[in-house]
Design a protein around this ligand. Structure first.
Ligand SMILES: NC(=O)c1ccc[n+]([C@@H]2O[C@H](COP(=O)([O-])OP(=O)(O)OC[C@H]3O[C@@H](n4cnc5c(N)ncnc54)[C@H](O)[C@@H]3O)[C@@H](O)[C@H]2O)c1
Length: 253
């Protein structure tokens, strides 16, 4: 690997890294030399995922936190800085993807999804960016939204798509505020990935145009991780405020 894609010695904090897409992101960053810290609400699976990364020869640790809870985020991020050092990269991947039809929509579901999918990345970005600014070495913030924002939808995504759309606004606004600190902010929009969370998602059958197979096939967690690696790497030093779909060509069908 050229140095342009090396993350050797740099700390990468991956929320939701205990499962699915976050696992593929953690693998790709770890293989590029990063010290990967998996931050997940599920401590047992986070510990297992970190152990698997170490067994594969990567540097990795884990931390339990709830991205939706301000005190938990503050405690968790302080712990990461203390034990591993200031993160170079933050990947806001943790998210909920249950479906609820608009006509059945409840405020309780709106609040549940929004607190994890939108408030979570806001809190994590604020907390980690404060440490990055104090550290003075720049950094990378990468959000995981959804290709549902630019491609075809399935039914039941009124709340989910709204929560992911919040990340596009967060990307633009924080990219402007952080650019003077050499911190870039970008968003990946994954297409369908067969993860534990996607398979177990609750709600009505996912009917609609978004059910069709992408021409290049379904993405794997590592396909998403590869795009995250680019954005986290020195090679992407001049890339900020971009929304980048990794969807197997879904958006052209
Ligand atoms: N799988 C897909 O088809 C798909 C497509 C587009 C976007 N996405 C997005 O990718 C991300 C990862 O999805 P996935 O399919 O791998 O999901 P997943 O459910 O398999 O994994 C999500 C991880 O996030 C953790 N998590 C959930 N709530 C948390 C919280 N409050 N605090 C900390 N950790 C929390 C879970 O414990 C789990 O380890 C999500 O943001 C999802 O919306 C997924």
């Amino acid at each position: 690997m050229t140095d342009a894609f090396s993350l050797s010695g740099r700390v990468a904090l991956v929320t939701g890294g205990a499962s699915g897409i976050g696992g593929g992101i953690a693998e790709m960053l770890g293989e590029a030399g990063a010290i990967v810290v998996i931050a997940d609400i599920d401590e047992a699976h986070a510990a297992q995922a970190a152990e698997a990364l170490r067994a594969a020869g990567c540097e990795a640790g884990h931390i339990q936190l709830n991205v939706a809870d301000e005190a938990s985020v503050q405690r968790g991020c302080a712990e990461v800085v203390k034990h591993y050092g200031t993160p170079w990269a933050l990947v806001n991947n943790a998210g909920l993807q249950d479906r609820q039809l608009l006509l059945d929509g409840t405020v309780a579901e709106w609040d549940r999804v929004m607190t994890v999918n939108a408030r979570g990345p806001f809190l994590m970005s604020r907390e980690v960016a404060r440490a990055m600014v104090a550290g003075g070495n720049g950094g990378r913030i990468i959000h995981i939204a959804s290709a549902a924002l630019i491609g075809a939808l399935t039914q039941g995504h009124a709340i989910y798509a709204s929560s992911k759309a919040a990340l596009l606004g967060l990307t633009r606004a924080s990219a402007l505020e952080l650019v003077g600190h050499n911190i870039t902010v970008n968003t990946i929009l994954p297409g369908g990935v067969a993860t534990p969370g996607a398979i177990a998602a609750q709600g009505p059958a996912p009917e609609g145009p978004g059910r069709r197979m992408p021409p290049l096939g379904m993405c794997s967690p590592r396909d998403i991780g590869a795009a995250v690696l680019f954005l986290a790497s020195p090679a992407a030093a001049k890339v900020t405020n971009q929304n980048f779909a990794v969807d197997g060509g879904w958006s052209i069908t």
